[in-house]
Design a protein around this ligand. Sequence first.
Ligand code: PLP
Length: 394
Amino acid sequence: MQRSIYLDHAATTKVDERVIQKMLPYFSDIYGNANSQHFYGRKAQKALDEARDQIAQIIGANPSEVYFTSGGTEADNWAVCGLARANSTKGKHIITTKIEHAAIFGACKTLEKEGYEVTYVDVNEDGIVDLAKLESAIRQDTVLITCMYANNEIGTIQPIERIVEIAKKHKVIFFTDAVQAIPVMNINVKQVGVDAMAFSSHKFNGPKGVGVLYLRNGVKISNIISGGHQERTRRGGTSNVAGAVGMAEALRLNRLTLEQDVEYIRSLRDLFVSRVQNEIPFAKYNGHPQLRVPGNADFSFEFIEGESILFSLDLEGIAVSSGSACSSGSLEPSHVLLAIGVEEAVAHGSIRFSFGKENTVEEVNYVVDKLKQIVERLRMMSPLYKVESKTTKC
Ligand code: PLP
């Protein structure tokens, strides 16, 4: 029988059954528009308020600092464009890194078309942002620094608290995309000191299409979605009550077992990494060896294409993600891998394995066994590999 093994938890996760149960009444009984003044609306509004309170409490924020969005992408777009525009009297320069998610780059491109200047700061070979370069990029007209908390491809966790210090020292607003970090790190926004932070429900067993922008009270932001008076007039659109309820419940459940889950996921990832490193030659482990999210293992398998590995694993019922952006129609290697100095040819052979609490040791061993066979078979067909193995033997 064909197996199905899901190793793509950085892309999305399965909705927890308890989350589904919690959401169901908001599709059937409590379906009012949270803005309506009758009792249907009031019930929906109450659920929305409770979801907001719960999320605020978990991240250490005030409920008035939590804004629901349609996901991480919208929260990222809103933060970057909204913060830059609302503070443009100070200047039109923003700073980001070379390894951000497309949701940040997209917003930066929009701003560039509006006359903003964006500095893309380098990262080192582990994917850690160069703090000296970041600080020296700050100018009189810098209005925003945006740096992701943890990278979605190689899992590297940034020294966010040090970046916050730098931003504060220069009185620049700091925003972080914490979409990959929140599922595995108990982040308290006040302790870390960020001005704004984005995260998304579907990365921690919640529903898709709902996210949060945390915005510290007092920080100015422009709207990017205009319409009704929802989200304290900052984001128009009928509230996704079921989504908000589901997101709050998913985050609550996530925090109940966070430590054990993280430890377990890390043990699976470490087993996988050590087996791959010991048993598959020419496999480059990308990202920082320790400062990375627990479920991420990103490898470049030299002399072969990541897509070929991905499709071969898919045929075996194993779901992973490739490092190149071929899904967008181009076969460009990942900008993240290029930014950490992986050669273009090697970057093409990259695969991201992302583990979750539903995976087992037996699955990890099964995947490594299959992966070994696949890599070996593909290399046998690779002219580059034949040349390399001949020269290595000499
Ligand atoms: N930022 C990062 C780092 C992500 O990994 C993702 C999703 O993959 C997003 C933003 C976008 O989030 P969403 O899928 O909720 O729009």
